[in-house]
Write a protein that binds this ligand. Structure first.
Ligand SMILES: [Zn+2]
Length: 257
């Protein structure tokens, strides 16, 4: 049995090389943890049908997001509730819940995520300044993607289904939107909507990087309102958005029908 002093000396000798090794492995470890989490998620969910081959293909998918700067914007907040469903569900709360989960999933595979808000606050006193602030955050971050999470509402209560919008003329925005639309169709199994170009949304037109609007569903539809308020459904929506982003970077669909 060693004395305390012998133990200390041995630990000191080992300390230097252990610290160097730890530093060397820290980045790789982050990537491996991200990959593990991704594979667990993909495997644990029966509809997470990976389009890639076994082994190396999966690793490529997960590593595709390493270091990518992505802004996840939870629409509305604070004084601005956004749409409010007939049952009282407020869009700002749904947006925050879904956006937070998307951000967490992206971080797990090594993306550098910037969230415009992580609590129920507006970013300015007026709606106009609030939107400008969100654009500014994306520009300051040097983001590669800007994804705003929203929920839809229209007077006709029968319409439903998640849908992604991109700036007209943006081929990368189109590709990202189509990837997310496809994974939402596969994961949620309740939307046949297609990704669509829009002309006049300030945020997506203002930003140079691919900028898209994910409408997670219609709060004006009673069934979808209760789904969007459900934590498990919020998780599914977030997972679908996440898979769509992975598919975009991997340049291949991750979720399929
Ligand atoms: Zn909104």
């Amino acid at each position: 049995m060693k004395t305390n002093m012998q133990m200390n000396m041995q630990m000191k000798r080992q300390g230097q090389s252990l610290r160097t090794a730890a530093r060397r492995h820290r980045l790789r470890q982050a990537a491996v943890i991200g990959l593990a989490v991704f594979l667990v998620l993909a495997g644990a969910l029966p509809w997470g049908n990976l389009g890639a081959d076994e082994g190396e293909g999966k690793e490529t998918l997960a590593l595709a997001l390493l270091g990518k700067v992505i802004v996840i914007d939870a629409g509305h907040g604070g004084f601005d509730p956004g749409a409010i469903g007939a049952g009282g569900v407020q869009e700002k709360e749904v947006n925050l819940a879904v956006a937070g989960r998307v951000a967490a999933l992206l971080r797990q595979v090594g993306a550098q995520v910037v969230e415009t808000r992580t609590e129920d606050v507006a970013l300015a006193d007026t709606k106009r300044e609030d939107i400008q602030r969100r654009v500014q955050i994306a520009e300051d971050a040097g983001a590669e993607l800007f994804i705003t999470v929203q929920a839809n509402s229209i007077p006709q209560p029968q319409y439903r289904g998640a849908q992604v919008f991109y700036a007209a003329g943006s081929s990368e925005g189109k590709r990202l939107s189509e990837s997310i639309q496809q994974s939402m169709a596969a994961v949620l199994q309740n939307t046949k909507r297609k990704a669509k170009a829009i002309e006049n949304i300030y945020v997506v037109n203002k930003l140079a990087m691919p900028s898209i609007v994910v409408e997670t569903g219609f709060l004006s539809n009673a069934e979808e309102e209760s789904l969007l308020a459900d934590e498990k459904y919020q998780m599914l929506v977030a997972y679908a958005i996440f898979l769509g982003i992975v598919g975009y970077y991997a340049e291949q669909p991750v979720a399929s029908f």
